[in-house]
Design a protein around this ligand. Structure first.
Ligand SMILES: NC(=O)c1ccc[n+]([C@@H]2O[C@H](COP(=O)([O-])OP(=O)(O)OC[C@H]3O[C@@H](n4cnc5c(N)ncnc54)[C@H](O)[C@@H]3O)[C@@H](O)[C@H]2O)c1
Length: 334
C-alpha cells in the first residue's frame, strides 16, 4: 500500500484524491493546497491530513509517492522537491509553460532515479490505446493519417485562462502527445497552426484562441490533423481516427449509456456524450494511476516520461511560432 501526498486540491486534484483512495494499492495521506480550505475539504472527506507547507507532505517519512495537480506554473517546484526527496512523482500536464525551465529541470534531475510520470491520461484510454495498437501491429497496414477532433463543452473561467498558458500549451498539448503516442518512434517534424477567437469573451480578454486547427507531419510522412474548440454544445467531443493502407480504426465518442431511441420524430437517437474530461476519461485516469503504482512497485520506467512532457511542449511552442509567423515550422527537440 503506497501513501500519497497530493499537491493541489482544485478541480482535478479532487478527482485524483478520490481515485487514489479507491485504488487497492494506494491511499491518500497528505493534502497541500495554497488554499487551505480546498485541502481541508478533500482531507476531511477522505480521511487524510491537510498540511500548511508542501515540505510537510512531500518530505514526510510516511509519504511514498507524490501526485502534483496544482496550477501549471507550480509544477516544476514540486517535481524538484519530490525528486530530491527520492519520491516518485505523477505530475499533471503540462510540466511547465517555459521550455527553458523544463530544460533546466531536466538537467538538475538527470541523476535522479525515482520515476517522474507526466499526466497524459489519454494514453491510458482503452479505445485510444486500441487505436495505437492497431498502428503498432499493422492491422491498418502502413499508417498514413491521424485525425483528432478534441473539443471541450465550455471554456474555463478567467482565472484558469489567465494561468493556463494558452490553448495550445494547455489543451492541444494532449493531442500533440496522443499523436506522438500513436506514431511511436516516428517523430513529428513539422507543424502549421491556425487559431481564432470566434465566440468566447473571456478567451478574448486573455488574447487566446477558442478555435484552432493544426496540420503536422512526421519524419516518415504521416500527416496529422488536429482540431480543437473550447465549446461544443453536445458535450466533450473526443474522436481519433487512425488511417492506413489496409483500413482505418476510429476511437469514437462515448455516450452516457448505450440506449438508442426510435420515435416518430427521429431514428436511432442516442443519449448525450459525456460532459467533460472527468466523466469521459474516468477509466483512463484510474489506469494512469495503476500504471504509476506498477512502475513504483516494479522499479521500472514510467509509461509517460518527463521527456514525453518536454517534447509535447516543444511541439506546442512550435505551433505558436507557426501561428505568429504564418508559416510551417520545423520542430527541433534539442
Ligand atoms: N490531464 C487532464 O485531463 C487535466 C485536466 C484538467 C487540468 N489538468 C491540469 O491540472 C492542473 C490543475 O488544473 P485544475 O483544472 O485542477 O485547476 P484548478 O484551478 O481547479 O486547481 C489548481 C489548484 O492549485 C492550487 N494552487 C495554486 N498555486 C499553488 C501553490 N503554489 N501550491 C499549492 N497549490 C496551489 C490552487 O489553489 C487550486 O486549488 C493544471 O496543470 C492543468 O493543466 C489536467
Amino acid at each position: 500500500m503506497l501513501n500519497f501526498a497530493l499537491i493541489g486540491a482544485g478541480r482535478i486534484g479532487k478527482m485524483h484524491a478520490e481515485i487514489i483512495n479507491s485504488n487497492p494499492g494506494s491511499r491518500l495521506k497528505f493534502v497541500y493546497d495554497l488554499n487551505r480550505n480546498f485541502a481541508e475539504n478533500i482531507a476531511n472527506s477522505l480521511n487524510a491530513i491537510a498540511v500548511d507547507k508542501p515540505e510537510e507532505a512531500i518530505n514526510s517519512k510516511e509519504t511514498d509517492a507524490v501526485l502534483i495537480a496544482s496550477a501549471t506554473p507550480t509544477h516544476i517546484e514540486f517535481i524538484k522537491m519530490a525528486a530530491n526527496a527520492s519520491k516518485p512523482v505523477l505530475c499533471e500536464k503540462p510540466i511547465d509553460l517555459d521550455i527553458d525551465k523544463v530544460n533546466r529541470c531536466r538537467e538538475d534531475l538527470k541523476n535522479i532515479k525515482s520515476p517522474i510520470q507526466i499526466g497524459f491520461n489519454r494514453r491510458f484510454d482503452l479505445s485510444h490505446s486500441k487505436a495505437q495498437q492497431a498502428r503498432l501491429n499493422k492491422e491498418i497496414g502502413e499508417l498514413e493519417m491521424i485525425i483528432i477532433s478534441s473539443r471541450d463543452p465550455a471554456a474555463p473561467g478567467l482565472d484558469y485562462l489567465n494561468a493556463c498558458g494558452g490553448f495550445f500549451r494547455d489543451t492541444t498539448i494532449h493531442d500533440f502527445d496522443l499523436s506522438r503516442f500513436i506514431l511511436g518512434d516516428d517523430p513529428i517534424i513539422q507543424v502549421s497552426a491556425f487559431g481564432e477567437n470566434l465566440f468566447d469573451k473571456n478567451v478574448k480578454t486573455v488574447k487566446d484562441f477558442d478555435t484552432a486547427m493544426f496540420i503536422l507531419k512526421s519524419a516518415s510522412g504521416v500527416l496529422i490533423h488536429i482540431n480543437n474548440s473550447r465549446r461544443a454544445v453536445y458535450g466533450y467531443d473526443q474522436r481519433v481516427e487512425v488511417f492506413g493502407s489496409k483500413g482505418m480504426v476510429i476511437s469514437n465518442n462515448q455516450t452516457q449509456s448505450s440506449i438508442e431511441r426510435y420515435t416518430s420524430s427521429s431514428t436511432s437517437s442516442k443519449e448525450l456524450i459525456h460532459f467533460f474530461f472527468i466523466e469521459r476519461y474516468q477509466q483512463a485516469y484510474s489506469d494512469q494511476l495503476n500504471s504509476f503504482i506498477d512502475t513504483i512497485n516494479a522499479n521500472s520506467r514510467p509509461k509517460v516520461t518527463f521527456e514525453d512532457g518536454r517534447r509535447a511542449l516543444i511541439i506546442a511552442n512550435a505551433a505558436y511560432e507557426s501561428y505568429e509567423k504564418k508559416k510551417i515550422v520545423e520542430i527541433n527537440y534539442e
